[in-house]
Design a protein around this ligand. Structure first.
Ligand SMILES: Nc1ncnc2c1ncn2[C@@H]1O[C@H](COP(=O)(O)OP(=O)(O)OP(=O)(O)O)[C@@H](O)[C@H]1O
Length: 920
């Protein structure tokens, strides 16, 4: 049986004498938890008293890692009655897993075997763009293609072409790269050919079609499979699986008879993953692609590329113990020193980096230290923020665990899955990939969007057949996906990604260890930002905007533009970019979301007009992320390396999200200035991803609107923008004239959130009403809706996350506006909970935009209806943070209707004042 629980006490390892001699054991006090039968959340059993679980022999190594509060899983334990008390102990079959819901990546385990500190350094500074890495990726891609039945030369050409931009940045010639890949791929092809004889009977080619090429895709091969083990807490993508056993590709040479130990460890991880999925694995294959490319005259060594080895129980258990070391270190937040392993520093490629990092961050390292430690405040900052990022990473891991802890319905209710899809068809695409279609049977909402990577499964994302797939299209009727394997899709799950956390860590590292000293002086308040005063008027009808552009253009370090709703942030950014480009500068234009990047870029293009050749503006992003009308500016990655490189390097304006700024390609770029919109929604390290690339930066945002979206509660919730506005108020300008709202609508937010300083920019704005719209007459509205701000009191149905009475009332209001001539598409409805959003969506016409506050940030409508969904108590995200209500109230231009229970709302002072305003 499996025993699972939380460690209750310190654990001690001791030796005892048994009939087999001296043996180690550790008695762990465990408060048991159990996974409910239907896979519900973990629950403590009735009895909170700890149970003793004895770990024997080598598992005591994992016991040494345990600290009170850690989770522990022991599989195949045996009961052991001791003086009437039931205890448990490990058996020969047992595995002991520390923090099983922390899913350790297979490559992390491999790196850890080499040296735990190497693992840490990789995490901290990322994998740079270099030729060996790109070549390795290419060889892997070609291998995958061969397995899916693609022809070798066609695959090489296509894959090299796809990497045009990267090869351009590396100064590599496509012909020689193709040759390099070909050398490696030959070994693979030769080996696949050998396999042909044995595979033929299984491939069962169609009768009378003997000419047909061998297609591994039809046999017992699988390429690139994502595997997750909920038992061992491991996840990874196996290069290939052949007859149920893992095959790993290594683009190096190994002339020894045996595979390298770290490679064996990697294959053993996949074996564990496969075992959990019902396999029984006793061999692994390592394919060293450089071996056959060697000169045959080389006398020493083994030239065959493929090395098979048998995998014993001992290796698998060893691998789990290694994995436990990582999980425990991650959970405890330990920084490895290098002494944990027995690598020899002098042979390590990373020795210098290791010494510098340990020197500057004052860490202990086996390799030793070089350089002066960073000032104490910078080290303290590093520790605080790297700790916060790691906490965020653990939250991502919690998301993984929810893949199996929650059942399908719970995941759907949490918007984390689309379930009950009806599989429609699959179609084979080029290169052996598949297009999959499924129909929706319900109208549920979810976080999933076009372009997202998802887990597409035939029922369960971990236990069923499951593949990583990309959403190509998603609408009310159904979904179209592309994937490597033809899964009969009935369910899609959000794929939790660590990419963001990885990039945050790298941005933090780059700012502190590679960043400019002057920049750091400003960030750590050791110096004030300095400005030149450009002798020019940039905006002649708005003083604050003009001042903002001057600050942006004249900044030597940084400038901060605070832009409340509708005050012309985008306009100001575009004007500043134009001024910079006119001065001959190269500018990075960035923002948190693709939407904001495209908006800003559109405004920049308008400002630049004919002043700049359109080819010198480039949008970096994926096809699905970039708005269609900006597609002509999107940088293609595929193609001729020199051409692709020139397109990027010649661009005077490069636009990309901050996440993309952390990509390997963007990290190679440098700019005179970075302008970052939506800066108040970015974490500090998230902002650095963009600012690290430029000599100076301009942050634009509004810290009175939505803060950064993070999973854990810590320092990441305050933006760099907000901190700098407090730290260096003189570097900031607030735009105080708004071009959006009728004066009556603006009054409350201005008073409550902007010290009463927000004003309409023009009389036309102050006096705008629905009457200005063609075919609309306020006279036709019920009397209580004629004022630009109205409150509709609805007692509500008392449920927590939905309110059907409110929803019904909102539907009536929309009818009333429509009857008065308002276009449905000009109305937006905001609700605090997704459940209420669904409830409302089912009652209002589809042209009316209904969503949560977070999704409305940055947009506006003629009419906004807010459904507070509050009865009795005020709970939920909208009420926890006044900044959300500020966003909701500042979306409309001409009419705002608040719908809610006045008694519940008046319990809070801010909402009380809001009610007063709405009712006068
Ligand atoms: N100086 C100006 N003169 C005339 N119109 C302006 C000026 N600045 C901004 N506007 C207009 O005001 C409107 C809002 O501007 P913009 O979209 O730049 O605001 P924003 O602050 O980015 O809005 P949001 O708060 O939604 O992000 C636009 O229609 C824009 O053309």
């Amino acid at each position: 049986m499996d025993v699972r629980g939380t460690v209750a006490d310190e654990v001690e390892v001791r030796s005892v004498s048994t009939s087999y001699g001296e043996t180690d054991l550790a008695e762990v006090q465990l408060v048991r938890t159990e996974t409910g039968a239907a896979g519900h959340d973990e629950r403590s059993l009735e009895d909170p008293e700890p149970t003793t679980v004895t770990l024997w022999n080598k598992w005591t190594e994992s016991a040494e890692l345990l600290e009170p509060g850690m989770e522990l899983l022991v599989t195949d334990a045996e009961t052991d009655d001791y003086r009437g008390e039931t205890r448990y102990k490990t058996t020969g079959e047992s595995y002991v897993v520390v923090e099983p819901s922390f899913l350790v990546n297979v490559t992390a385990i491999r790196n850890w075997t080499e040296c735990p500190r190497l693992y840490y350094l990789n995490k901290l500074s990322g994998v740079p763009l270099n030729y060996p890495v790109v070549k390795g990726t290419l060889v892997h891609e070609v291998f995958g293609d061969l397995l899916r039945g693609r022809e070798l030369e066609e695959s090489i050409d296509a894959r090299v072409e796809e990497r045009g931009l990267q090869l351009g940045l590396l100064g590599e010639d496509p012909e020689s790269v193709a040759e390099d890949v070909r050398q490696n791929a030959k070994a693979i092809e030769g080996w696949l050919e050998q396999g042909r004889l044995t595979e033929e009977d299984r491939a069962a080619p169609a009768a009378g079609n003997s000419e047909r090429a061998f297609s591994p895709a039809e046999s017992s091969w699988r390429s690139e499979q994502l595997l997750i083990s909920e038992t061992f807490g491991i996840r990874g993508r196996a290069d290939a699986i052949r007859r149920g056993a893992p095959v790993e590709l290594k683009t190096g040479k190994n002339l020894k008879k045996e595979p390298r130990f770290k490679d064996k460890v990697q294959a053993a991880c996949y074996a564990l993953l496969l075992e959990e999925h019902g396999g029984s694995v006793d061999t692994g294959t390592l394919l060293y692609t450089k071996n056959s490319a060697l000169d045959r005259n080389e006398e020493t060594g083994d030239l065959t590329p493929a090395k098979e080895f048998s995998m014993g129980d001992g290796l698998l258990k060893y691998v789990v113990r290694l994995r436990n070391e990582i999980a425990a270190a991650e959970v405890a937040g330990d920084v490895p020193t290098g002494y944990e392993g027995n690598a020899t520093c002098e042979y390590c490629f990373e020795q210098d980096t290791c010494m510098v990092v340990s020197g500057r961050l004052d860490q202990e390292s086996k390799a030793g230290q070089i350089g002066q430690p960073l000032p104490a405040e910078e080290r303290e900052y590093f520790e605080r923020f790297s700790g916060a990022i790691e906490a965020e990473r653990r939250e991502v891991h919690r998301e993984y665990a929810k893949l199996w802890e929650q059942d399908a319905q719970e995941r759907a209710d949490d918007d984390r899955a689309l379930i009950d899809l009806e599989f429609v068809e699959r179609r084979e695409l080029e290169a052996g990939r598949w297009e999959l279609r499924a129909r929706r049977t319900g109208g549920a909402s979810s976080k999933l969007r076009e372009g997202d990577l998802v887990l597409a499964s035939d029922g369960h994302p971990v236990r069923g057949q499951s593949e990583l797939a990309r959403i190509e299209r998603l609408d009310e009727d159904g979904v179209v996906l592309t994937a490597d394997e033809p899964v009969a899709v009935t369910r899609l799950d959000v794929y939790p990604s660590e990419l963001t956390t990885d990039r945050l860590l790298v941005a933090l590292h780059d700012m502190l260890l590679k960043g400019d000293e002057r920049r750091k002086d400003v960030l750590f308040d050791r110096a004030n930002p300095e400005f030149d005063a450009p002798d020019e008027t940039f905006v002649d009808n708005n003083d604050a905007q003009d001042e903002a552009v001057r600050k942006a253009v004249g900044a030597r370090d940084c400038a901060l533009i605070h832009g409340p709703p509708g005050t012309g942030k985008t306009h100001t950014i575009a004007r500043a970019v134009r001024a910079m480009v006119e001065r001959g500068e190269r500018v990075l234009l960035s923002a948190f979301t693709n939407r904001a990047v495209d908006n800003a870029l559109e405004a920049v293009l308008e400002q630049l007009g004919d002043a700049i050749d359109e080819h010198r503006v480039v949008r970096v992003g994926s096809e699905s992320g970039v708005r269609e009308d900006m597609e002509p500016y999107r940088l293609e990655r595929a193609g001729d390396p020199d051409e692709r490189l020139a397109e990027l390097e010649d661009a005077r304006v490069v636009a990309a999200t901050t996440a993309t700024c952390g990509s390997r390609v963007m990290k190679e770029q440098s700019f005179d200035a970075a302008l970052v919109d939506e800066a108040a929604q970015l974490t500090e390290p998230g902002t650095f991803a963009a600012t690290n690339l430029a000599e100076r930066f301009v942050l634009v945002g509004d810290h009175e609107q939505l803060p950064p979206v993070v999973r854990a509660e810590n320092e990441l919730t305050e933006s760099l923008f907000e901190r700098l506005v407090d730290l260096h108020p003189d570097a900031g300008v607030m735009l105080d004239r708004q071009y959006r709202m009728n004066q009556r609508i603006q009054a409350f937010p201005s008073r409550e959130f902007y010290d009463g300083t927000l004003r309409p920019a023009e009389p036309e704005v102050a006096g705008r009403t629905l009457d200005d719209l063609e075919g609309v007459s306020r006279e036709a509205l019920p009397a209580d809706l004629r004022d630009p701000v109205a409150f509709v009191d609805v007692e509500g149905d008392g449920s927590r996350y939905t309110d059907s009475e409110e929803a019904a009332r909102v539907a009536e209001l929309i009818d009333a506006y429509e009857a008065a001539g308002v276009d449905r598409a000009d109305i937006g409805v905001i609700a605090p909970f997704r459940a209420q959003v669904s409830e409302l969506s089912s009652r209002v016409p589809p042209e009316v935009a209904v969503d949560t506050v977070d999704r409305f940030q940055g947009s506006s409508e003629e009419v906004i209806v807010v459904s507070f969904t509050a009865t009795g108590t005020l709970e939920g995200p909208i009420f926890e943070d006044y900044r959300r209500i500020n966003v909701a109230l500042t979306r409309p231009k001409r009419a705002l209707v608040l719908v809610g229970d006045s008694r519940a709302l008046s319990a809070d002072p801010v909402y009380g004042r809001m009610l007063e305003w709405a009712r006068t």
